[in-house]
Write a protein that binds this ligand. Structure first.
Ligand code: NAP
Length: 292
C-alpha cells in the first residue's frame, strides 16, 4: 500500500478461501510502496458459493484485477469473457483483469512463474532437453504441464494418485503428454530432466509423498510448489540425493511479477527484496534460505 493513498487509488488484490495465509499482499504492497504508486493490493475471501457474484460485481473496472488462488481458479476461467491461450491451456486462471468496458480477461501466470523459478534457482536448466515429470493433476499441475509443453519439453509425464485426473490433462494437452499412476514413479523418473511436486502433499500438516527420487538422473532438477515449509520433506529428500532443487516461493514471486505489471502498468522495481520479506514473514532466517 502506498503511504499517500488517495480516493483515486488503483486497487488490485487476491481472492481465495482461505486467503489469510497468502504472501501476495506483502509482495505486491512492497513493490507499490517502493514505486510510490497511488495503489493498494488487498485480500478478499468470499464464501465459496459467493465467488461468482463477487467477480461479476467487479465488472467495469471497479478494481484493476485479482489474483485467484484455491479453490477458485477453474471458476475464474469459466466466468471470464476473454481467456488468454495460457489460461485456456491450463484450464484455470490465477489472474483476472477487469476492463473499463465490462470485459473480464482471464490469464494464467503460474507457468511463467514456474519457469522463472527454474531459471533463478537452477541456472542452465533447459526445459527442452529431457522429459519432465509432474506429480499431481490439479490446477497447478495443469498449468505446469501446459508451460512445459509450450517451453518445448520432449515429453511431459503426469503422475497422479487418481489416474483419471492425469488422463484428463493428457487428453486435453495432446501429443507428448502421458498419464501414469504414482506407482510408475521409478520408471518415469529414470530419464527425467525435472521432477515437480504439484500435489498438495508436503504442505504443513498434510501427508508426505513417498516416491523414489533416487531413481532420477544425477542432473535432474527437483521442484516443489509447496512453500510452507520452504524445504518440504520432498525437497529435503532430493537434496539428500544430491539433486539441485527449486522451491515454491521462487514460483510464487515469479507469478507475481507479470500480475503486478498487468494490474499497475509498470514492472516491479528491481531493488526490492521481496523474497527476504516473504522469508521473514514465514519466520525463516534469510541468510540460511536465500537462493535468489
Ligand atoms: P488441487 O487442485 O487441490 O490438486 C491437489 C493435487 O494433489 C491432486 O492431484 C491430488 O491428487 C494430490 N494430492 C493431495 N494429497 C495427496 C497425497 N497425500 N498423496 C498424493 N497426492 C495427493 O491443488 P492445486 O491448485 O493443483 O495446488 C497443488 C499445490 O500447489 C498446492 O499445495 C498449492 O498451494 C501449490 N501451488 C503453489 C503455487 C506457487 O506459486 N508456489 C502456485 C499454485 C499452486 P488426487 O487427484 O488423487 O486427489
Amino acid at each position: 500500500m502506498s503511504a499517500s493513498l488517495t480516493g483515486g487509488a488503483k486497487v488490485a488484490g487476491v481472492v481465495g478461501a482461505p486467503v489469510r495465509h497468502s504472501l501476495s499482499p506483502l509482495i505486491h504492497n512492497a513493490w507499490i510502496e517502493a514505486l510510490g504508486l497511488d495503489a493498494v493490493y488487498a485480500p478478499f475471501s468470499p464464501p465459496e458459493a459467493g465467488f461468482a457474484p463477487f467477480v461479476q460485481g467487479l465488472r467495469g473496472g471497479v478494481i484493476a484485477g485479482l489474483n485467484v488462488t484455491l479453490p477458485f481458479k477453474e471458476q475464474a476461467l469459466a466466468l471470464a469473457d476473454a481467456p488468454t491461450p495460457a489460461a485456456q491451456a491450463a484450464g484455470a486462471a490465477n489472474l483476472l483483469l477487469f476492463a473499463a468496458d465490462g470485459e473480464i480477461i482471464a490469464d494464467n501466470t503460474d507457468g511463467t512463474g514456474l519457469l522463472s523459478a527454474f531459471a533463478r534457482q537452477a541456472p542452465g536448466f533447459d526445459p527442452a532437453a529431457a522429459p519432465v515429470v509432474i506429480l499431481g493433476a490439479g490446477g497447478a499441475a495443469r498449468g505446469a504441464a501446459a508451460a512445459f509443453v509450450a517451453a518445448g519439453a520432449p515429453e511431459v509425464l503426469i503422475l497422479n494418485r487418481t489416474l483419471a485426473r492425469a488422463e484428463a490433462i493428457a487428453e486435453r494437452l495432446g501429443r507428448g503428454v502421458r498419464a501414469l499412476g504414482l506407482d510408475q514413479a521409478a520408471h518415469a523418473f529414470a530419464g527425467a530432466g525435472a521432477v515437480i511436486n504439484a500435489t498438495s502433499a508436503g504442505l504443513s500438516g498434510q501427508g508426505e509423498l513417498d516416491v523414489p527420487l533416487a531413481a532420477t538422473p544425477a542432473g535432474c532438477v527437483v521442484m516443489d510448489m509447496v512453500y510452507k515449509p520452504l524445504i518440504t520433506p520432498f525437497l529435503a529428500k532430493a537434496q539428500a540425493e544430491g539433486r539441485r532443487t527449486v522451491d515454491g516461493l521462487a514460483m510464487l514471486i515469479g507469478q507475481a511479477v507479470p500480475s503486478f505489471t498487468a494490474f499497475f502498468g509498470v514492472a516491479p522495481p528491481a531493488g526490492v527484496d521481496v523474497r527476504a520479506l516473504a522469508l521473514k514473514s514465514l519466520g525463516l532466517n534469510e541468510r540460511i534460505w536465500r537462493r535468489c
